[in-house]
Write a new protein. Structure first.
Length: 196
């Protein structure tokens, strides 16, 4: 091109580097090279780029047999793949694709044998995209709960596709944001998403 915008500007065609495999990268410190929408090469930290992670804002009460949207804080880790609304609990996928979702929660204030459900539902609401069900082994109360974790694959068909994370039980119960006990205190209900 007679009007280059970068130090190396290829007007058309592909770029080839011979013997590149003789220079092996270092995992954890090297960066991945990508091309942006205009073809300019850039580097990203791929390990963090596709990750979304957030913790529950506060403990949430569950009414009997009612699907409740879990409200998470602003994410501790996110990328341009996701937009999260902390007021409504709506997560928007900004790019179609396959996403691994892990949802973890601790339920308390419920009787032994209570059915606990973690779920992922589309917006507008319809049937679950995925859900996990568990029955409490013993009655729970206070700041220690019955831990439950659920992992599934979500296929976002288009950019702008929205989901919400939910919890439900067949008896009154509480989802804890933080557990406090003899082994210490800390976050216990969170969500992690990884684009694959």
């Amino acid at each position: 091109t007679i009007s280059p915008t970068e130090k190396l500007d290829v007007a058309s065609g592909n770029v080839r580097i011979r013997d590149i495999n003789t220079n092996i990268g270092v995992g954890g410190s090297d960066r991945v090279v990508v091309a942006d929408a205009t073809g300019i090469l850039k580097t990203i930290n791929f390990n963090a780029y596709g990750l979304f992670h957030s913790r529950l804002t506060a403990a949430q009460s569950l009414a009997v047999s009612t699907v409740t949207t879990l409200l998470f804080n602003s994410p501790l880790s996110t990328s341009p793949y996701y937009t999260y609304n902390t007021s409504t609990g709506a997560l928007t996928f900004n790019q179609p694709g396959n996403y691994i979702v892990t949802l973890q929660a601790s339920f308390t204030d419920c009787a032994a044998g209570t059915q606990l459900v973690l779920g992922i539902r589309p917006i507008p609401d319809a049937s679950y995209l995925g859900r996990g069900s568990h029955y409490t082994a013993i009655a729970t109360a206070g700041t220690i709960g019955e831990l439950m974790s659920y992992t599934t694959l979500i296929v976002a068909p288009t950019a702008g596709y929205q989901i919400r994370f939910t919890a439900a039980s067949n008896a009154t119960s509480t989802v804890l944001a933080t557990e406090t006990g003899g082994t210490g205190s800390g976050n216990v209900t969170n969500v992690t998403i990884q684009k694959i």
